[in-house]
Design a protein around this ligand. Structure first.
Ligand code: SF4
Ligand code: MG
Length: 336
């Protein structure tokens, strides 16, 4: 399959009073056409910064690209002017956020907000944009779209606002949709509906999706591949089956252990991972997870592990995979 996006050795830093915060440190991944890649990690792991970098939404300064490239359609997004980015954002690459209330404009009808992109990027007339808007609201499953399109965001429920955001994001048939915690603010039933909707729309439109989430639980049915981020780095990547059934990184084990299990008669406590993420103003020189890892060895503190390729699709950066390391099995809590 063709790669629509290639992120290569991306590093993003922020100048702060506390020093230079290295939020993203040498991240490499790619995205196939019609694929959903989930980027999973705790807050502060660098996943949102990675997403915003692709859209060039990082304020610079204080932010800066310290290394790497982001190739979209064969061209480096990092080298684009702001003017060129305006032609890409919302048209070729779109983004939806956790809280549609803050990203929708409360003073504009939903219809106007859908029409904006269509008029700007597709040269549609107001009338054409209105018709397309009704179609889009129908597509995302909003009942009575002719009436709804004239309403304001506050007249929509949380789930419907997120559907409207998706309609806006998909209005111009973007090649890539970036969804940053799109269901985190919603209750579980609505979450599932929105994720199903994104999958259906992907089948229809062929859009590639980057799904950013802290919740490994939403990933299983929603993504094809997973990149697990920690401390500004991707520590493990694999397809969904590999991440759920053959995870090799202790941080992935921790995430799996903190996920509610389906067999609810297991009275096992959910294991939150003890400790907190590293200070990225002074990042550890070795493995970023070393301070919290139950299996950490001396080498982990001093040297960043290389990636071990476990399959064509799975790569893991952990010293446990070095042949000289003791053999460690994942804990019971990480078994799905
Ligand atoms: Fe733990 Fe060491 Fe592996 Fe890091 S490299 S996850 S500290 S065992
Ligand atoms: Mg975030």
């Amino acid at each position: 399959m063709d790669k629509i996006l290639k992120v290569n050795d991306l590093s993003v830093s922020f100048d702060t009073y506390g020093g230079e915060v290295k939020a993203v440190r040498g991240v490499t991944f790619d995205l196939d056409e019609k694929e959903t890649l989930a980027i999973v990690g705790e807050s502060g792991s660098g996943k949102s910064v990675t997403a915003q970098s692709i859209m060039r939404l990082i304020p610079m300064p204080p932010g800066k690209f310290a290394s790497g490239s982001i190739e979209f359609n064969g061209e480096n997004v990092i080298e684009k002017s702001e003017k060129q980015m305006e032609g890409i954002r919302g048209k070729e690459i779109s983004m939806i956020f956790q809280d549609p209330m803050t990203s929708l404009n409360p003073t504009m009808t939903v219809g106007k907000q859908i029409a904006e992109g269509l008029i700007k990027h597709q040269n549609m007339s107001k009338k054409e944009a209105h018709h397309r808007g009704v179609e889009l609201l129908k597509l995302v499953g909003i009942p009575n779209p002719e009436a709804r399109i004239k309403q304001y965001p506050h007249e929509f429920s949380g789930g419907m606002r997120q559907r409207a955001m998706i309609a806006i994001a998909l209005a111009c048939n973007p090649k890539v949709l970036i969804a940053d915690e799109p269901t985190t603010a919603l209750d579980v039933t609505i979450q599932a509906q929105i994720l199903d909707l994104m999958r259906d729309l992907q089948d229809q439109t062929g859009t590639s999706i980057i799904l950013i989430t802290h919740d490994l639980g939403v990933v299983a049915n929603a993504a094809h591949r997973v990149a697990v981020m920690y401390g500004g780095k991707i520590v493990e990547t694999g397809n969904v089956d590999e991440i759920f059934y053959n995870p090799k990184h202790p941080y992935t084990w921790g995430l799996l252990g903190s996920m509610p299990k389906l067999d609810s008669d297991s009275d096992e406590e959910l294991q939150a991972i003890p400790g907190s993420p590293p200070d990225l103003a002074d990042p550890p020189k070795g493995c970023p997870f070393a301070a919290r890892c139950p299996y950490a060895m001396k080498v982990c503190e001093d040297h960043m592990p290389e990636y071990t390729e476990l399959s064509k699709t799975q790569k893991t950066a952990c010293w446990l995979l070095d042949e000289r390391s003791p053999k460690v099995e994942p804990p019971e809590s990480a078994l799905v």
